[in-house]
Design a protein around this ligand. Structure first.
Ligand code: NAD
Length: 499
């Protein structure tokens, strides 16, 4: 990857300051690419270009069918470059190449979904005004210039959840990827250009959050800010956007309960399935997933058997460089993330948690270079909700175990979080599954499953997990303004005033 990773006005260039940043490979801590380190001047230039493109009408004035066709072309290009993008995401974010492939497939699906939705949701809605002499219609228009800010755990995926609907609705945008994992977003913008997107409609500025990101949020020519990231940054984003009364969408963290009833474990394949899925829920991508099932909430009667098997299997997860064959789990994305994880585990042990598996950096091996930011999948038993590790988002491979005796207790525990992104319930009793799902205060609830999402279903959180929704019809609505056009077909004086 070159240093010319800033895209403004249809041109690739370096930072105006000339500064660059090394991109590090989490598997060995070594630089493997260099990107432009943009600053506020680059953000300003990108916004000016996006503003001019929006005001010119080059994209919002295009037929919906044309916008839809472009999104479909992008999906085709993603399929063409699937392997290359999966590898890039693996090097940059540390995930396995197979996870990278799944991400690219989901990104292509997202572009296809919004390509279709733009067509079906494009028409206005005629409103019955209660009069034959009034024609009333509600139409939807793009919001304007969008600032899109994304995190490092699913760089390409999170960018696509914003870019596809923003374009489908006719907006222009500037995207700022995480400074830790900028590469796949830069590649995606190149694909948009190749697909024929007019210059200025899509801009990207690589650079830090506190400069580029903050400037985009406060910029007077930005109409909407869509942010995915941590709670602390999300609050700053909302504060920076408030004086401009911009539309703000926030996708923040989660502390997601995985509730397992004993009745599910008593069914023939139930025990194995629930253990296997609990493992997947907590440890996929080393737990660096906003919806990670990091809180196992299990019925007391089955706890010991379940945790013993879960810990045994967690200890067998093959850690290594994501590009190596047979590796099941990659490193953490950064040294800071590794140290944060260690700190949470130490604090949990200090508060009385029992370590059942992991809890350390693994020894280097053939697939695990010495400088990599690896951490063993860790199971902490005998946890309770007053512990920091249970209340706060670790964003590492750490699973806490709490127990319940009754359904009410399970629901109370699962809802006892300031977040509300996602959760799951495992039970052989279908009625109980639906009952518990109905009582959970989380944006997504899985019954007897964990992690799947659908582009056509809304994603987002209750509580401090965010504001607004991505994906589904609401994901498009975020990027549109509704306009009511009321046409009087037989105008006459109203004579309210007599003079
Ligand atoms: P982060 O908040 O540190 O950074 C996210 C992005 O915001 C980065 O691009 C960063 O540069 C930028 N940023 C930082 N400070 C900013 C500021 N003051 N103004 C504007 N932009 C700023 O988050 P992260 O560590 O990259 O990602 C991990 C977090 O993201 C976790 O909390 C995770 O739960 C969350 N996340 C949520 C979802 C979801 O769908 N809800 C999905 C993925 C990740």
């Amino acid at each position: 990857m070159t240093r010319t990773t800033i895209h403004v006005d249809g041109t690739w260039r370096g930072a105006l300051s000339g500064e660059t940043r090394d991109v590090l490979d989490p598997a060995d801590g070594q630089p493997f690419a260099v990107v432009a380190e943009g600053g506020t001047a680059d953000a300003d230039a990108a916004v000016a270009s996006a503003r001019a493109a929006f005001d010119s009408g080059v994209w919002r004035g295009a037929a919906v069918s044309e916008r839809s066709a472009l999104l479909r072309r992008v999906a085709d290009l993603l399929v063409r470059d699937r392997e290359e993008l999966a590898l890039l995401e693996s090097r940059d974010a540390g995930k396995t190449v197979e996870e990278g492939r799944i991400d690219v497939d989901c990104v292509a699906d997202t572009f296809r979904y919004f390509a279709d939705l733009a067509l079906t949701e494009g028409a206005g809605r005629v409103v019955d005004a209660g009069s034959d002499t009034v024609h009333s219609v509600v139409v939807h228009e793009p919001v304007g210039v969008c600032a899109l800010i994304t995190p490092w755990n699913y760089p390409l995926l999170q960018a696509s959840w914003k870019i596809a609907p923003a374009l489908a609705a006719g907006n222009t945008f500037v995207v700022k990827p995480s400074e830790i994992t900028p590469l796949s977003t830069v590649a995606l913008i190149a694909l948009l250009t190749e697909a024929g997107l007019p210059a200025g409609v899509a801009g990207v500025v690589t650079g830090p959050g506190h400069t580029v990101g903050a400037r985009l949020c406060e910029h007077p020519d930005v109409d909407l800010v869509s942010f995915t990231g941590g709670l602390t940054s999300g609050v700053k984003v909302a504060q920076a956007a408030a004086p401009g009364v911009k539309k703000v969408a926030l996708e923040l963290g989660g502390k997601n309960p995985n509730v397992v009833f004993a009745d599910f474990c008593d069914t023939p394949a139930g025990f194995d399935t629930a253990v296997d899925q609990a493992l997947n829920a907590a440890f996929i991508h080393s737990g660096q997933v906003c919806s990670a099932g990091s809180r196992l909430i299990i019925e007391e009667s089955v706890r010991e058997r379940f945790v013993a098997e879960l810990s045994r299997r967690a200890g067998r997860i093959r850690l290594g460089r994501g590009t190596e064959k047979d590796v099941e789990c990659g490193p953490l994305v950064s040294l800071a993330q590794l140290e944060r994880t260690e700190e949470y585990v130490a604090s949990a042990l200090g508060e009385g948690a029992i370590l059942r598996s992991g809890g350390a950096r693994p020894e280097p091996s053939g697939t695990r270079p010495a400088g990599g930011w690896f951490y063993e999948p860790t199971v902490l038993d005998r946890c309770h909700r007053r512990m920091r590790v249970v209340r706060e988002e670790v964003f590492g491979p750490v699973l806490t175990v709490e127990t319940f005796r009754t359904e009410d207790e399970a629901v109370t525990l699962a809802n006892d979080t300031e977040f509300g992104l996602a959760g799951a319930v495992w039970t052989a009793d279908a009625a109980r599954g639906r009952r518990v799902a109905g009582r959970l205060r989380h944006g997504t609830v899985w019954i007897n499953d964990f992690h799947p999402y659908l582009p056509q279903a809304e994603w987002g959180g209750f509580g401090k997990s965010g504001i607004g929704r991505e994906l589904g019809p609401s994901g498009l609505a975020e990027y549109r303004e509704a306009k009511h056009i009321y046409q009087n077909l037989a105008p006459r004086p109203v004579r309210w005033f007599s003079g």
